[in-house]
Design a protein around this ligand. Structure first.
Ligand SMILES: [Zn+2]
Length: 226
């Protein structure tokens, strides 16, 4: 059986990739990275390097035109600053709305596109790295358990029961993901999570803060911050 991993090159999806490789073997894993018009290509470079490290096939897909007109602060062409506060303090001012780094319906679009790629390439399962911390407070509503259940059902039904979706971390925290990945010896120093594209992670964007805290909760230091 073949597996497709929706693969950003970040911490969560790299851990998903390691799980899929362990279960199915590298020859049966297809890593799919999506370009969505982000301001830098650091994560795509990380995804390429990690795909080579794991010996899996790597494909890219350009879905950037779908986000034309979006005010998401991750997108090139949008002058808005990427927030430097924690997600908790961002959310306190948003009245239930997603954070400004929410890419509109990203997981919905990417998973639907991944389903087409999966069917076309005989993959029977799609892995993606949504986890509980990202869904908290509705920061990223397309990371929630209810979203995951709905889209998993839709893809299973719409693919003629050929493709199922696995979100192994959907009920877990990012610290749990680090714990699992450390056990699997994921080379986290090769991953990239920061929303900025500097030489080193900025350390203060929402995803940097969460990533650093996740390593700390495991008694570890994020290797990118050494
Ligand atoms: Zn950062």
């Amino acid at each position: 059986m073949k597996a497709l991993v929706l693969f950003s090159g970040g911490l969560d999806s790299s851990t998903c990739l390691a799980m899929a490789v362990k279960k199915y073997g590298p020859e049966n894993v297809l890593a799919l990275s999506v370009f969505y018009g982000q301001k830098h290509d650091k994560e795509l470079k990380a995804a390429k390097e990690l795909s080579e490290y794991y010996g899996v096939q790597w494909r890219t897909l350009d879905l950037a035109p779908a986000f034309a007109g979006s005010s998401c602060t991750l997108l090139a062409g949008n002058q808005g600053e990427i927030p430097k506060e924690s997600y908790a303090s961002q959310l306190a001012e948003l009245d239930g709305k997603p954070v400004s780094t929410y890419v509109p319906f990203r997981n919905g679009l990417f998973l639907s596109a991944a389903a087409s790629v999966a069917i076309s390439n005989d993959c029977r399962v799609i892995y993606y790295g949504a986890h509980r911390d990202d869904a908290a407070g509705n920061a990223y509503p397309d990371c929630s358990e209810s979203f995951n259940k709905a889209i998993s059902d839709a893809i299973f039904i719409g693919s003629g029961e050929q493709v199922r979706v696995e979100a192994p971390f959907v009920g877990l925290t990012k610290a749990d993901v680090v714990r699992i990945g450390t056990e699997l010896k994921v080379p986290y120093e090769k991953t990239w999570s920061c929303y900025e594209g500097g030489d080193k992670p900025c350390g203060v964007c929402g995803t940097c803060r969460d990533r650093i805290a996740a390593f700390e909760a495991c008694g570890l230091t994020d290797p990118l911050m050494l």
